[in-house]
Design a protein around this ligand. Sequence first.
Ligand SMILES: [Zn+2]
Length: 161
Amino acid sequence: MKGLADLLLLGNPLLYQAAKPVEQAELNLVKTWVSDLHNTMEEIRARYHFGRGIAAPQLGIMKRLIYINIHKPMVMINPELTYLSPELFDVWDDCMCFPNLLVKVKRHRSLTIQFKDENWNDQTLDAANDLSELIQHEYDHLQGILCTMRAIDEKSFGWRK
Ligand SMILES: [Zn+2]
């Protein structure tokens, strides 16, 4: 079982690599990956008091897989953003790969995302505000993009107290 000790940290080259699609034949592996992601997020929450979502590449699992757990768990396999609103908003973003660093970024106010769920069923989700910026953060991880790379300017960095 993977956990906090397996989390890749800022600067690890794998965090800048694009992940590969999950194959349907890998669905049994998805169960293991999701429990690893869940376990890691629980450990982060216990230690740092944040964490709503995590992407598989953060554990070095280079697959297009996102796990979100706000009120209930949600698994997104091979997600694709199909709509991004023109309206943007500023967010102080955080990331488990650099738990004390905050980065001010611009995110789209709302979006639509399509993905397969843990049963390989097609799903479409419309999200706005908090959920929208969270999904954009996790989706970026699948493309090898960290929020440090989206900082609005050179002063858009803060330290979590
Ligand atoms: Zn992150």
